[in-house]
Ligand binder design. Structure first.
Ligand code: PEP
Ligand code: MG
Length: 374
């Protein structure tokens, strides 16, 4: 028993020594994808150097889903404002907790991305309910709601009203989120903290989309600075997850202070594979026939999607030499992909908190392999 404990201690010391060595030699930073203060704290304990992706989707579920539904279906600016005013303090608390847990380290917060239908009632169920209300001669059957849900219905939600398109089409949504982030930043600064927020716009395909959103965010920041008397430091950047964003990376880099490669969507959009459908429906046949040796959603398709990432890195840095570059798709925690991201000069990878130790180790191995072959 005593020997086993001694062996365990020795093993733990060996792992710590290995991790320390990896940290000493690696060039590539390692961040975590985390959406809650608890996950952020866990990621920090595992050695994450910040958050590379804080998805804000889950913050709009549960009790808050209905508020988002009101926002989307609002019939006038007053209704819209009411929903936004209710969401703002909740979001401010969300971000304050995360910035506190990651104090002193960068936190990349992505504004809302998911397809619209996730926030809307199911059309068929709603139609049945309203027919029932009508039958019972209830006062005001909400047919306008049914029409709105029908109007917003999408056949291909992944290619529909999501990401920055939501920010542009639903007035006040992204500005509310930006305000919540910046008010949280001001509060953390006033409390003596060192918040380092990075506001990230998803699914950008044109520099104009980013310009529009960035201008709104800068406007909100000026208001918050005036209201709180606090000087705010933050960055605005974008995800690169559409092939068009890759081809226009130079123009987008003139607006963005950082790029984070969303390789889940970039893989989906480059191959034309629906992330929701293909793995179960035909990937086993593709693997069997050797079309690829491993799912491109697990390990980066270096010769296809990787080429796009590499192009955007070069074009982006040419346009803005201090452009900060990371990856936050699932590939950020995959060993082979990490080596590729290191080789092409990304600044960091971001992965789930539990993969952070592996990513640190692989970044160290990649640095060692690179110097051995140099
Ligand atoms: C991505 O597309 O790689 C990404 C990180 O965003 P999400 O998976 O949330 O679409
Ligand atoms: Mg994405």
């Amino acid at each position: 028993m005593g020997d086993e404990t001694a062996e365990d201690d020795e093993l733990v010391r060996a792992v710590i020594a290995l991790m320390d060595h990896a940290d000493d030699v690696r060039r590539l930073g390692v961040r975590a994808n985390a959406d809650t203060p608890e996950d952020a704290a866990r990621a920090r304990r595992f050695g994450a150097q910040g958050i590379g992706l804080c998805r804000t989707e889950h913050m709009f579920l549960g009790d808050r889903r209905e508020l988002v539904e009101h926002l989307i279906l609002a019939e006038n600016p007053d209704e819209q404002r009411e929903a936004l005013d209710a969401l703002l303090p909740m979001q401010r608390d969300d971000f304050t907790g995360i910035l506190e847990a990651m104090d002193g380290l960068p936190v990349t917060i992505r504004l809302l991305d998911p397809p619209l239908h996730e926030f809307l009632p199911d059309y068929t169920q709603l139609a049945v309910r309203l027919a029932h209300e009508e039958e019972n001669h209830e006062d005001k059957p909400r047919t306008h709601k049914l029409l709105a849900v029908k109007r917003l219905h999408e056949e291909n939600p992944m290619l529909g009203l999501r990401g920055v398109r939501l920010g542009i089409v639903i007035p006040g949504l992204y500005t509310m989120q930006a305000r919540a982030i910046l008010e949280a930043t001001a509060a953390r600064t006033a409390a003596g903290g060192d918040p380092q927020p990075e506001i990230m716009i998803p699914l950008v395909g044109s520099p104009q989309e980013l310009e529009l959103m960035k201008a709104e965010i800068i406007g909100v920041a000026a208001e918050v600075e005036k209201e709180t008397g606090t000087k705010l430091t933050f960055k605005v950047g974008t995800m690169i997850e559409l092939p068009r964003a890759v081809t226009l990376a130079d123009q987008i880099a003139k607006v963005a202070e950082f790029f984070s490669f969303g390789t889940n969507d970039l893989t989906q959009m480059t191959w034309g594979f629906s992330r929701d459908d293909v793995e179960a429906s035909f990937f086993s046949t593709y693997l069997e026939k050797g079309i690829f040796p491993v799912s491109p959603f697990e390990s980066l398709d270096v010769e296809g999607v990787g080429l796009l990432v590499e192009h955007a890195v070069k074009a982006g840095r040419k346009a803005r030499p201090d452009l900060h570059l990371g990856v936050c798709g699932e590939h950020g925690g995959d060993p082979d992909s990490i080596h590729f991201f290191d080789e092409i000069g990304l600044d960091y990878v971001s992965c789930s908190p539990y993969r952070v130790p592996v990513a640190r180790l692989e970044a160290g191995r990649s640095a060692t392999a690179g110097s051995a072959s140099a």
